[in-house]
Every structure is written in structure tokens, then in C-alpha cells.
Design a protein around this ligand. Structure first.
Ligand code: NAG
Ligand code: NAG
Ligand code: NAG
Ligand code: NAG
Ligand code: NAG
Ligand code: NAG
Ligand code: NAG
Ligand code: NAG
Length: 532
């Protein structure tokens, strides 16, 4: 009797731990662009970044995998603190220094260094100073002329101002600054640019990325001032012209270090949570619809784990790599076409830092942080379609706090299932790999989960023919809290050079009867399944 009971219980346990995930073929799919993952670089950080070859090698390796370089937006707070000064002795100059910038001065050849440094074919977005209206935006006009002339066809889009919904709280516009005033000024400045001689004579005429709003629509305590800035309201106010507005940008930082109240809520557990990612991203569904109704599209023009430069121990962990992967795929699944991760050359959330520096009493080396590996893993997801867009849908049966899943399609009518991605976002803390010399050692974790690291069995019901050979690539690390020892199936990037290190050891499998695919993934791990 006891024996039979045990057997019965075992069956129940097995059946519940091996739920079958069906891939819905008729669900709505959204575009997954090969250049969905980009970087946004603070203007005063560009020169430090290009002083070492680290970023150039990292970005070249990524571009070779995907078949298309990551797009680079040069913008951020400093964009509206930039002055154009042809008599400057150097291409750029940050005052008082490049970490506490009050004024950033540039001359024309500041733009000249970018084309040689970044992989050829890199698309740039440049943010003009919209704050300074002196002389009918003479600063912005000179910046635009220099950028258009020097960057040529690599200047894909121009932005006007950064986080313009914070202009009142910064004292840059008077109360009353709203979508109507902004729209009027936006068209004044773009009309000036479009009718200028430099623009008319340019072989390549860049279009614009509009909006550039900071505040998340649904989170009042993250809103800097009361205003009406969102994509729905601004398109209603008339900021619509698909012949020149290619995209609208919004910025999203799920957490924040900007003030004590928000800093006290910072949490790695909260970052590594798919339902949180969904809560954060789903507020943009109506925003994306408004952008699409205006025949343009929506991008996350700046993101990272926590605003105001991030927090070491959270932002620079393997958990942040799993978060970044989930964020990009969730964003794509609601129609957000690009996601730009913000970089400062000494910021705690930067995926890589170009130069050694002294910070909070420690000597940090240049290097690559664990969170960067979201980009390296996504490169494999985006690869293999000759640099052409894929399509994506989120899987309803893989949609929990600790688990998410996506199906990726290609081919004629985008009907061919090409890839599956699953992410286990459950928190597993390890004592291995907790240190990284490019991050603060004071934030190295001493949390450790007890017992053995759990493994999740996943069975997927696919339209793939039985017998089809598949390969599995893994984004793996010692644990959510780890800052190093992260790789994609054995391959990592050398922290000093940015060169690839190691051989890919993909696991192989075979599609079973009925199209079933069975895989296992560790707690805190992501896998990519694709036809071999
Ligand atoms: C960067 O790479 C270029 C070309 O390979 C080389 O000439 C240059 O010396 C390198 N710069 C640094 C700082 O290593
Ligand atoms: C605005 O630009 C003018 C030059 O056109 C400069 O003299 C002035 O200092 C700038 N103002 C600010 C606040 O940067
Ligand atoms: C859009 O504008 C309306 C009316 O001014 C306002 O009530 C609403 O809060 C605005 N939406 C956002 C997200 O700011
Ligand atoms: C993201 O979601 C978390 C959890 O609900 C919330 O605390 C945070 O304020 C959200 N952030 C944004 C920018 O939506
Ligand atoms: C968007 O495109 C559709 C189809 O071409 C057109 O009917 C509509 O008027 C356009 N809307 C705007 C705002 O340009
Ligand atoms: C995932 O769950 C959320 C509710 O938590 C729901 O709104 C969303 O539509 C679900 N996603 C999918 C792909 O089913
Ligand atoms: C994992 O470790 C981090 C610190 O690195 C800690 O904040 C978090 O609470 C830990 N989570 C669990 C579930 O142990
Ligand atoms: C890749 O990472 C995993 C998890 O940290 C580790 O066990 C494995 O040894 C690493 N592989 C290589 C080649 O570094």
C-alpha cells in the first residue's frame, strides 16, 4: 500500500515539474531588429571611451556575430550642457572635469574620431542642445552642421534635447512648458535645419528621433515634475510627421539611485524578476500604439538597471545580464524596436569601462562587467538571418516571476520557427565569481544560497520535424550575484582587450516525436535553442 502511494505521488510530481510549453503559431508577432541592442554614451564620456581599444574590439566582435553593428546614440544630460566653440584648443573639453561636467565644449572635429573608432557601418544618433535658445538655437544649428558634415551617412538620426520633460525642474523652461510649447519649438528648430544650406547640400539627410522623455507614465514617484509629456499626448499636440520623424524615444530605468527614498529600495532580487520587467515594459504598450498610429516607431532611447549611474553589486552582476536579456526581448515583444543601454566611462552600470580610475576610495581597472553578457548572448539570438529582422512573440506558458520564454521566427511569411529562448530569473547566489577588478570590491556579495542549485526541466511542443538536429547555447554564470566567470557556452570576452576567449561548446539535441524538445536549465541561466 505504502509502495503504491509513493509511486502515485512521484508521478504527480513528475507531471507537474514537466509542463509542456506550446509555441502558438497564430499569435501576433513583432519585429526583432538585428540592431535592437544599442548603446547611449554620455557626450563627455565619448573621448574616454575611444582612448582605449576595448570598446572597439567588443563592438567589432558583436557586429561580426550579428552581421550588423550596434547603433550608438551620443546623448544624455550633458547634451543640453554642450557649447559649440570653433576656437577650442582640443576637439572637446569638459569643465570642471569629465566626471562632474557643468559645461562641455566641442568643435567640429570632435565628431571625426567616431567613424574610425567604431565598427564600419555603425549608425549614430546625436542629441543637439535644445535647452539653449540663444540666437535661434545657434548652438544646436552649429552642432547639427558639424555632425551632418563630418558623420555623413553614418549619422542616422538627430535628437533635439535630452529628457525634455525635466526642463522645468532643471530651470531650463518656465512652468507651462508642455507638449504644445515643446512641439512648436521642435518644429521651429527642425524647420531651420531642413531649410539650411548644409542640410540641403548634404548627400545623406538624416531624419529625427523625437520625444526623448524621461518619466515613466505609470510611476508617479519617479516623475520629476507634473507635466503632460507622453507619446499619446505629444502626438495629439501635433508632433507627427512620419516623413522626418523615424522614431520616438522614451527612457526607462526600473530602479533609481537618484534620491534616498528610491536608493533605499534598490534590490537585486527585484531586478531579476520577469513580472517586474513586464510591469515596467507594459506601461509602454499604449505609448507604442501612439507612435505606430503616427507611422513612426518607439524605442527605449536610454535604459539601465538604475538611474543616476546605477549601483555596483546590482547593476554589474550576472543577474543584471539576465535582466537585460529579458528586458530587450520583452520590449521587442510589445513592438519597441530598439533599446539603448546607457554608458558613462565611470558609471557603476556601464557594461564595460575603457580606462582605470580611482572611485569611492578604490582603484578600479578598465574592463568588462557581468551585465555586458546580455549583449553577447543576444548577439547569438539576433544572428543568422543575414542582418535581416526576425520576428518575436512572448510565450504565454513561460511567464512567471522566475521564468520567461520567447519564440523567434524568420522566413517568407515569418512562419518558420527559428529559435526559442528561455530565461530562468530565479535568484541563485553563489560564493564563486563574486569579484571583478573593474567593479567596487566593497559591493562583492557574501550572500550564498544553500543546497544544490535547482534545475528546471522544460518540454516544448514545437512545429519542428522529429529528428531535426538542434543546438543549445547558454548564458551562464556562477549565480545572480556573480560579477565574473560569465560566458556563453564557454566563450567570454577578455576583460583587457575585448577579444573572444575560448571555444563554443554548444550542446546538441534532436527533436522528438510530435515535435517535442526537452531541455534543462539551471536557476539563473538563459538558453537559446536553434536548428543546428
Ligand atoms: C588601438 O588599435 C590601433 C589599431 O590596431 C593601434 O594602432 C593603436 O595603437 C591601439 N591603441 C591603443 C591605445 O592600444
Ligand atoms: C547659450 O549659448 C550661448 C552661445 O550661443 C552662450 O554664450 C551661452 O553661455 C549659452 N548658455 C548656456 C546656459 O549654456
Ligand atoms: C496626458 O495629458 C492629460 C491631459 O493634460 C493628463 O491628464 C495626463 O496625465 C497626460 N499623460 C501623461 C502620461 O502625462
Ligand atoms: C518597475 O517595477 C517595479 C516593481 O513593480 C517598480 O517598483 C518600479 O517603480 C518600476 N519602475 C518603472 C520605471 O516602471
Ligand atoms: C499612416 O499611414 C497610413 C497608410 O499609409 C495613412 O493612411 C495614414 O494617413 C498615415 N498617418 C499619418 C499620421 O501619417
Ligand atoms: C504574462 O503575464 C502578464 C500578467 O502578469 C500578462 O499581462 C501578460 O499578457 C502575459 N504575457 C503573455 C505572453 O502571455
Ligand atoms: C542574493 O544576494 C544579493 C546580494 O548580492 C542579495 O541582495 C539578495 O537578497 C540575495 N537573494 C537571495 C534570494 O538570496
Ligand atoms: C562558463 O561559466 C560557467 C558558469 O560560471 C562555468 O562553470 C564554466 O567553467 C565556464 N566555462 C569557461 C570555459 O570559462
Amino acid at each position: 500500500m505504502a509502495y503504491i502511494l509513493t509511486f502515485f505521488l512521484l508521478q504527480v510530481v513528475l507531471a507537474s515539474s514537466l509542463s509542456t510549453i506550446k509555441v502558438p503559431l497564430d499569435s501576433s508577432k513583432r519585429i526583432l531588429r538585428p540592431d535592437i541592442y544599442g548603446y547611449s554614451i554620455e557626450p563627455s564620456s565619448v573621448d574616454p571611451y575611444i582612448q582605449s581599444n576595448l570598446s572597439s574590439n567588443i563592438l567589432k566582435n558583436i557586429a561580426e556575430i550579428i552581421g550588423k553593428p550596434a547603433p550608438i546614440r551620443v546623448g544624455g544630460n550633458i547634451a543640453d550642457q554642450t557649447q559649440f566653440d570653433p576656437s577650442l584648443g582640443t576637439p572637446s573639453s569638459a569643465l570642471p572635469d569629465d566626471t562632474k561636467v557643468e559645461v562641455f565644449r566641442i568643435r567640429k572635429d570632435w565628431f571625426a574620431g567616431w567613424g574610425d573608432y567604431f565598427p564600419s557601418g555603425t549608425d549614430f544618433i546625436y542629441t543637439l542642445n535644445l535647452r539653449n535658445t540663444t540666437g535661434s538655437w545657434s548652438t544646436a544649428m552649429k552642432e547639427a552642421e558639424a555632425a551632418v558634415n563630418v558623420l555623413g551617412e553614418s549619422l542616422s538620426l538627430i535628437e533635439l534635447g535630452n529628457e525634455i520633460d525635466h526642463y522645468i525642474s532643471k530651470g531650463w523652461r518656465k512652468p507651462g512648458w508642455d507638449t504644445k510649447q515643446y512641439t512648436r519649438q521642435w518644429f521651429q528648430l527642425t524647420d531651420q535645419i531642413l531649410s539650411s544650406a548644409f542640410y540641403k547640400q548634404a548627400k545623406h539627410k538624416p531624419h529625427f528621433q523625437a520625444a526623448v522623455f524621461a518619466d515613466p507614465p505609470w510611476v508617479p514617484d519617479q516623475q520629476e515634475e507634473v507635466d503632460d509629456f507622453d507619446i499619446i499626448n505629444v502626438t495629439r499636440a501635433g508632433l507627427v510627421d512620419p516623413s522626418i520623424i523615424q522614431t520616438y524615444a522614451v527612457h526607462l530605468y526600473p530602479q533609481s539611485t537618484c534620491d534616498a527614498a528610491r536608493a533605499s529600495r534598490l534590490s537585486l532580487n527585484l531586478l531579476s524578476d520577469h513580472q517586474v520587467v513586464w510591469t515596467n515594459i507594459s506601461q509602454y504598450i499604449p505609448q507604442e500604439a501612439a507612435a505606430r498610429a503616427a507611422n513612426s516607431s518607439l524605442v527605449l532611447g536610454e535604459t539601465n538597471s538604475a538611474s543616476c549611474s546605477g549601483r555596483s553589486g546590482i547593476s554589474d552582476t550576472f543577474g543584471a545580464a539576465l535582466w537585460g536579456t529579458d528586458l530587450v526581448l520583452t520590449a521587442a515583444s510589445i513592438g519597441i524596436e530598439q533599446v539603448f543601454f546607457h554608458l558613462g566611462h565611470q558609471s557603476e552600470y556601464s557594461g564595460f569601462t575603457p580606462l582605470p580610475y580611482n572611485y569611492k576610495g578604490e582603484d578600479l581597472s578598465a574592463g568588462i562587467r557581468a551585465n555586458f553578457y546580455s549583449h553577447f548572448f543576444l548577439a547569438h539570438i539576433l544572428a543568422g538571418n543575414n542582418g535581416q529582422p526576425l520576428e518575436i512573440t512572448a510565450l504565454p506558458a513561460a511567464n512567471a516571476s522566475d521564468f520567461s520564454g520567447y519564440a523567434i521566427f524568420a522566413g517568407e511569411q515569418q512562419l518558420n520557427l527559428e529559435k526559442l529562448v528561455f530565461i530562468d530569473l530565479g535568484v541563485w547566489n553563489s560564493t564563486n565569481g563574486v569579484h571583478n577588478p573593474s567593479t567596487l570590491s566593497s559591493t562583492d556579495s557574501d550572500f550564498a544560497s544553500s543546497g544544490t542549485r535547482p534545475q528546471r526541466k522544460v518540454q516544448v511542443d514545437t512545429p519542428w520535424k522529429p529528428g531535426t538536429r538542434i543546438e543549445i547555447l547558454k548564458l551562464q554564470g556562477p549565480g545572480t550575484n556573480a560579477k565574473s566567470d560569465v560566458n556563453v557556452s564557454g566563450v567570454s570576452l577578455d576583460s583587457r582587450t575585448g577579444n573572444l576567449r575560448g571555444q563554443t561548446k554548444a550542446e546538441e539535441g534532436i527533436v522528438q516525436n510530435g515535435g517535442l524538445v526537452q531541455i534543462e536549465l539551471l536557476r539563473a541561466e538563459a538558453i537559446l535553442i536553434q536548428k543546428a
